[in-house]
Structures are given as C-alpha cells and as structure tokens.
Design a protein around this ligand. Sequence first.
Ligand code: AVI
Length: 316
Amino acid sequence: MNNTFLNDVDKGLSNTPKYLLSKYFYDKIGDALFVDIMNMPEYYLTRAEFDIFKNQTQNLIETLKLRKDTFFELIELGAGDGTKTKQLLKALDTANYNFNYVPIDISQNALDQLKSSINSELPNINTTPKQGDYFNVLSSLKQSNHPKVILFLGSNIGNLNDILAQDFLTKLADSLQANDKLCIGLDLIKSEKIVLPAYNDSQGITRRFNLNLLERINKEFDANFDIDTFKHQPEYTEDEGIARSYLVSTKSQTVTIKALNKSFHFMEGERIHTETSRKYNDAILNGFLKKTSLKVIDKLMDSNQYFADYILNKDE
Ligand code: AVI
C-alpha cells in the first residue's frame, strides 16, 4: 500500500476546504487518460509545444548552446510519453551530439513505455530513466559534474501552486552549475474561451481523468466513493490566469475509507479541489526567477502564441 498517498488523502479530505493532490492522478489508468486528453481537440497545450519542438528544433539546439565535442546530460522532469522530446532527440542523434538522456517521472509505467519506444525508434540514444517525484530527484542532480540541460515541458510546473513553484525553481537553480540550461514549457495566459474547454473536453475524458482519482482511492484503500455522485467542475479566469479543477458532491453523503478506518462527510455542493494549472507570462516567470540564479536567455513560441518554451541560463 502507498502510505504517502494514503496520508495525503487523509490530510486533504480532513481539511476545510477539501483537496486531493493532482500528482495522484497518474496511475496506469490516469496515464492512459492523460494521453487521450493530449489528443483531444480542445487540449491545445501539447500540440502547441510539439509545434515548437518540431519546427524550431535547430533554433532550440542553438539557444541551448549545445556543443558536439562536450558530453552533456539531457534530463527531462516529468517525461510522460516523450513525443515532443523525441523531435529534439532525433535531431541531436542525426548531428552526432554526445549525450545521455535521463527521463524522470513519477510513473514507472510511463518510464517503461518511454524507454522501450526510444530503444526501438532511436536505438543510438543512451536512456537511463529515473523514477521519482521532481522534488526528490533534485538532490541527485548534484551527483554529476557534466554539463546539464534540464527539460521541464508541458507546463507541468503549472500544477504546482505559486509557493511550491518558487521553491522548486530555487532548489533547481541551486542544484545546477554555472551555464547549465533549463528549457521550461509554459502555457501562456489567454482568454477563458480557449483555456476552459481544454479542461472540459466535449468527450468527457478530462472528467474521467478527474474522477479516476476517486476510483483509485476506492481500489487502493478500500473506499466507497460513489463516482456517479461527484461532478467534474473546472474554472478559469483570464485575470487570475489559473485553471482549477474540482469534484463536486451532488448530494449530502458520507464516504468510508477502510484503510484509514475513517469516514468523511460531504455536504451537497461541497467541492474537493483536485488540480491547479497556472498559466504564465514573462512577468510572472521573472517574478519567480528574481529570487534564483536563473535568467531567461530566449523564448520560443508556437505559431498561435499560446505556449512558450523559455530557455534559462544558470548564472555564476
Ligand atoms: C500535466 N499538466 C500540465 C496538465 C495540465 O494541463 O495542467 C494536466 C491536466 N489536467 C487536466 N488536463 C490536463
């Protein structure tokens, strides 16, 4: 049994207002649902970043200041299925760069699939996956002295609240050496008309993704959430630039989690906050960076200007 998950569930459901952490979306079913979300017409984020990686690969390699005569580590935080990264890997492989690819993900299942797909599609690439939480792997970065390029794509940092995002960038900067690079993919603040449907696709995949969290708790901790009595509710305003997802109890009810030997009461209309997806602009990113030794040296955008990959340098 995953005790950290169980303790987090207890903490979140005992809190007012109730919450669950979005990192627990990603079991085998959640991973597959997220892949489906990325293929939904409303979920523009992945296509926008793919556009950058596919159409600006040389630009990306130049701005990362990679050298063919120096071995480097290409470390990807939250690698997922690696579709975008493979564009870069392919170009680096063709041009004979000397590097090791280190994908890091919380999901062992996602890493296994990624490693086998790279082995068959790009057999020359050395891939050494690491399983873990982003925060836990930061300390391991210091263990090697090779130049590093960190990829943190997909607006994954948006799923951290502002305090954690600041903390993460500060710790990441402290784990790097002068002139290491970070490529961070950020969904840009834009109108509700575009953002909200990305979290409420018409085929209901995002709804299932959100509800899968309760299914996981039912399966793993012998709980009795009645999934049909919780509704997926996303919210976003352009002013704030933060999309939030909730599960709303459609009736007054009590849920028992046997592994905790505890029951939790839900009032009709009571919500569980399950996810935060912050959107960014230059000012918000620079606000976080000013407390770190990381500086923006370039910004690549997709053709719609929905999404940006910022290239950051670690200063002395
Ligand atoms: C992984 N992460 C950046 C996604 C996002 O857009 O916040 C997760 C997601 N949640 C609902 N749809 C996609």
